[in-house]
Design a protein around this ligand. Structure first.
Ligand SMILES: [Zn+2]
Length: 443
C-alpha cells in the first residue's frame, strides 16, 4: 500500500495523481497535471458521460422519458442517486428538475472548483481569468491554488528579515473572493510548494505564517482549510526540498491558534471551472493561451499515467506479476502494487520527467508503447491545430496593408467595452495587450 507518501516536492505532488490499488475505474486518459505536479480535470470532461473518469452507463446518463410521470418523492430519490454528469444534464434538460438537480449538483462534497490565488490577489478582474465567472457564483466547494512564493511576498514581505503583514491585502483577498464566489461554504487553500524556513511558524504550528494569517482572516461563514506540503519530521533540519521525506497534509483551524489535522476524502476531485466564451480578438488570443496550457497539462500527465499503467498491468485485475524496474541499469524487482511507484518517484525522477516530455517511450512494453503512442498522436494533432491557429493570428498581425492597425483598434474596443475582458487597466497599458504584442514580436 502507498501510505508512505514520501517523495521530493514535485514527486510528492505527482503521487497524488496516481490512482492507488485496487483500481475500480479505468485509467484516466483525460488527466491534466499542473506545473506543480497535481492532477486536475476540466469541467467539460467532468460532466461528460461515459468517459474514463466517470464511467456512468447510458441509462444512468439519460433520464428515461417516463421519469416526469413518477411521483415527486420517487423522482427526488432517483436524482439523489445520480452522478454529477447526469445531474448536470438534468439541470439543462428539464425545467421541472432543474432546481432539485442543481441543489444536488452543487452540494457534491467531493468536488472542488478551482481558482488561482494570484487572480484573487490581483483584484479578481474578469479579464485576468479564463473561467466563466457566472458559474463561479454557484460553487460551494472551492480550492484556491496558492503556490506560496509570490503569495508570501504579497501577504507578508520581509523587511530587514522581519515579516510585515499586509492586512489590507488579506482583507481585499477575502472581499474579492466573496464577491465572485458568494456561495462558497468550504474552501481548501492548496499551498502546493514548500515555504522557505524563515516563513515557518515555529514548533507545533504546521502552517507557514502567511497561510496561517490568510486562513484565520477568512469570513466566518466559510469553513477554510489549508492543504500543505510538510516534512515528515518538522524538526529535522536535514530535510530540504530535495529530500524524499515530504508529505501532503490537510489542516483545519482549531482554538487558540492551534491546527487540527483533517482527513482528506479519498475521492476528492478538483475541477477547472468552465471557460468563458473566447469572443473577439482578445478572446481569440486568450483561447490560444488557454488551449495551449491544456495540451501542456495533458503532456505532463504522461509521467503519472505511464507509472499507473505499468502498475495496473502487473497488479491490476487480480494479477500479481513481479515487476522489474524499467529504468536502464536498475535491477530492482517489486512484488506488491505501489512499491515500484514509490521507487521510481524517489530514485529515477529524471525518467518521469522524460516521460512527461514525451521521451523514453522505448522503455515501455510493446502493448504500452502502442497505447501511449495513440494517446501521444492525439496530443500532437491538437498541438498542430493550435499551432496553425497561432500562425494565422501571427500572419494577420505581420502582413502589410494596415491589418495591424485594425487588430489594435479591435483590441482597444473590446478591452474598453467587453465586461468579460475588463482588466481595470487602460487598454494599451493592460497586461493582456502587452502580452499579445510581446508574443507577436517574439515569434
Ligand atoms: Zn529502479
Amino acid at each position: 500500500m502507498m501510505t508512505q507518501d514520501v517523495c521530493n516536492l514535485l514527486g510528492c505532488n505527482l503521487l497524488g495523481c496516481i490512482s492507488k490499488p485496487p483500481w475500480s475505474k479505468p485509467l484516466n486518459w483525460n488527466l491534466h497535471v499542473t506545473r506543480t505536479g497535481e492532477g486536475r480535470i476540466p469541467f467539460h470532461l467532468y460532466v461528460q458521460c461515459n468517459n474514463a473518469e466517470h464511467p456512468s452507463s447510458p441509462s444512468q446518463c439519460l433520464l428515461f422519458p417516463e421519469f416526469a410521470q413518477l411521483p415527486p418523492e420517487l423522482q427526488l430519490r432517483i436524482l439523489a442517486s445520480c452522478s454529477s454528469p447526469t445531474l448536470w444534464q438534468a439541470m439543462r434538460a428539464s425545467s421541472a428538475l432543474r432546481v432539485e438537480a442543481a441543489k444536488l449538483f452543487w452540494a457534491d462534497e467531493d468536488t472542488y472548483y478551482l481558482v488561482e490565488s494570484q487572480w484573487l490577489l490581483g483584484g479578481g478582474y474578469p479579464g485576468d481569468t479564463w473561467y466563466d465567472l457566472s458559474f463561479a457564483r454557484h460553487a460551494q466547494n472551492v480550492q484556491v491554488e496558492y503556490d506560496a512564493l509570490a503569495e508570501e511576498e504579497q501577504i507578508g514581505p520581509m523587511v530587514d528579515a522581519v515579516m510585515e503583514v499586509q492586512h489590507d491585502v488579506v482583507r481585499d483577498f477575502w472581499r474579492t473572493f466573496t464577491d465572485w464566489l458568494p456561495s462558497a461554504r468550504k474552501v481548501i487553500i492548496n499551498q502546493s510548494w514548500a515555504s522557505a524556513p524563515e516563513r515557518l511558524n515555529g514548533h507545533g504550528h504546521p502552517l507557514p505564517s502567511c497561510l496561517d494569517i490568510l486562513i484565520r482572516s477568512s469570513p466566518p461563514t466559510i469553513n477554510v482549510l489549508g492543504l500543505i506540503l510538510e516534512k515528515e519530521d518538522p524538526d529535522d533540519a536535514w530535510i530540504d526540498r530535495f529530500s524524499d521525506r515530504w508529505r501532503r497534509a490537510l489542516y483545519q483551524p482549531a482554538r487558540e491558534g492551534e491546527w487540527r489535522k483533517a482527513e482528506p476524502s479519498p475521492v476528492r476531485t478538483v475541477v477547472f471551472m468552465p471557460v468563458k466564451e473566447f469572443n473577439g480578438p482578445v478572446g481569440r488570443f486568450q483561447r490560444l493561451k488557454c488551449f495551449g496550457t491544456g495540451i501542456w497539462q495533458r503532456q505532463n500527465a504522461l509521467g503519472p499515467l505511464i507509472i499507473e499503467y505499468v502498475e495496473r498491468h502487473h497488479f491490476g485485475g487480480g494479477r500479481s506479476e513481479p515487476l522489474s524496474c524499467l529504468c536502464p541499469g536498475c535491477d530492482a524487482l517489486f512484488h506488491k502494487a505501489g512499491q515500484w511507484t514509490l521507487h521510481v518517484l524517489r530514485s529515477h525522477f529524471w525518467l518521469i520527467q522524460d516521460w512527461m516530455g514525451g521521451r523514453g517511450m522505448n522503455l515501455l512494453s510493446e502493448e504500452a508503447r502502442r497505447d501511449f503512442s495513440t494517446h501521444k498522436r492525439n496530443l500532437d494533432a491538437d498541438h498542430s491545430a493550435l499551432r496553425e491557429d497561432w500562425r494565422s493570428t501571427l500572419k494577420e498581425w505581420c502582413q502589410d496593408g494596415g491589418r495591424r492597425r485594425e487588430i489594435r483598434e479591435g483590441w482597444i474596443h473590446q478591452l474598453e467595452n467587453d465586461a468579460a475582458w475588463y482588466t481595470g487597466q487602460d487598454a494599451l497599458e493592460s497586461d493582456l495587450w502587452q502580452l499579445f504584442t510581446e508574443e507577436m514580436g517574439w515569434v
